[in-house]
Unconditional design. Structure first.
Length: 409
């Protein structure tokens, strides 16, 4: 099936707060009735093929933006909490390592520094030190960038640069304890990706190396398994740093070095990349780094690929997460945010770092409807209506941007 491109809906049909980019769903006749042109498969852009290292991904559930950026389709998020690995998004900043690195996983080596007895450990040795499992939302800092009217450069993800994944590995604190504890004065935990760096460039300008506050080690894992299988190469196998609650980039794939450090790394991806800078500006170390996620939700069903929605009863559902704090409440609006009703949280609660699925039983008459969701975490933080404008299009949690316009026949 060709990918259906998001379409612009006539602004007059939207409430003033929602006059931005929205996705239209509904039967061809409903669209025609609303005075809108219908989508034709012939006019759709040719879908790009999956790259070789991720050829096993589900092509029907994903949107291939480039050879290193693959998004989950909004309509493909199921209602079973966990995002299947073959549907999960992929984002690689550098060429993916050779598949040889996952041929002998247990031989993978990681150097642990900034501890009493720094040393290199193999994955086989790590597995002897501890085991923990965490369900966590993995979300790219740029998820929702596609909703910024300023069209920041970078992948125009809508909602699908995110998924809820179960990770298994050894707690970072168990590794630190086994090696004599973290040295005094180390305020950061710095992870380095093991990609082979392209030659002729300053390594600091391209290496994937990120620092997070050392306090994040409390729940961090060095993980070798995701969703019950050894971490595939595309997702950072054989070994990945998992920092629950922190945006995607802080979860270092192919990790080859974990260092407790006094200062943040001066790698460019840390010092200038992934900074929340003013519109039109450039990132620099004085600006906030993208780190902890905040409360967010969106509706997936009925999704943008739904057709022929019939008037009457339906279940409006989606996902909600708090980043660092559990979600307490999700409200849904079917009138673009004028009125809200409490949705029901469904399915198992896999902990504060996982997302919750929500659903609201609604009755919709014929016509266009603007569906929105708004989550609140246990600390009382409410998902905002507006995005925080910034140059690179990071951290979009706006409920208005994530609203969906559906057309009911
Ligand atoms: N070593 C390494 N780790 C990395 C990256 C990378 O390019 N190299 N990309 C980061 C970014 S920006 C994101 S959003 C996530 C994507 O994880 P996924 O591809 O498993 O979905 O990995 C992060 N960790
Ligand atoms: Mo990312």
């Amino acid at each position: 099936m060709p990918t259906q491109a998001p379409r612009q809906i006539a602004p007059a049909l939207l409430s003033p707060a929602l006059n931005r980019r929205h996705v239209l769903v509904g039967s061809a006749s409903a669209l025609a009735a609303a005075g809108l042109s219908t989508w034709s498969p012939c006019a759709a852009a040719q879908a790009k093929p999956l790259p070789a290292f991720a050829s096993w991904k589900d092509a029907t559930a994903t949107i291939v933006h480039s050879a290193t950026t693959i998004e989950t389709k909004r309509s493909a998020f199921g209602s079973s909490v966990i995002t299947p690995t073959e549907q999960l998004y992929v984002r690689n900043n550098l060429p993916t390592p050779d598949a040889a690195v996952v041929a002998n996983r247990d031989a993978w080596e990681i150097s642990i520094e900034g501890v009493g007895k720094p040393r290199t450990l193999t994955l086989r040795e790590l597995k002897t030190l501890g085991l923990e499992t965490v369900a966590m939302v993995l979300q790219c800092s740029g998820n929702g960038r596609g909703f910024f009217p300023s069209k920041p450069s970078g992948t125009p993800w809508t909602v699908g640069a995110a998924g809820c994944v179960v990770w298994s590995g050894v707690p970072v604190r168990a590794v630190a304890e086994a090696l004599g504890g973290v040295d005094g004065g180390m305020r950061f935990m710095t992870g380095t990706g093991g990609e082979k760096l392209p030659e002729g460039l300053d390594p600091k300008s391209i290496i994937v190396e990120r620092s997070v506050p050392a306090s994040a080690m409390v729940d961090a894992l060095l993980a070798w398994e995701m969703n019950g299988v050894a971490i595939p190469l595309a997702h950072g196998g054989p070994l990945r740093l998992i920092v629950p609650g922190y945006t995607g980039v802080n979860n270092i794939k192919y990790i080859k070095r974990l260092a407790f450090t006094a200062h943040e790394t001066d790698a460019r991806i840390m010092s200038h990349g992934y900074r929340v800078s003013p519109p039109g500006g450039k990132g620099d170390p004085s600006q906030p780094s993208v780190q902890e996620m905040t409360v967010k939700s969106w509706i997936n069903s009925p999704g943008p690929d739904s057709t022929a929605l019939e008037k009457g009863r339906m279940q409006v559902g989606g996902v909600a997460f708090g980043g660092m704090h559990a979600v307490k409440r999700v409200e849904v609006s079917v009138d673009g945010g004028k009125t809200w009703a409490d949705a029901r949280l469904v399915g198992p609660d896999l902990g504060k770092y996982a997302w919750r699925q929500f659903v609201l039983d609604v009755r919709l008459p014929a016509g266009p409807h603007v569906l929105a969701s708004r989550a609140t975490d246990v600390m009382g933080n409410v998902q905002p209506q507006q995005r925080l404008e910034n140059a690179a299009g990071y951290n979009n949690t706006s409920w208005a941007d994530h609203a969906l316009t559906v057309s009911v026949a």
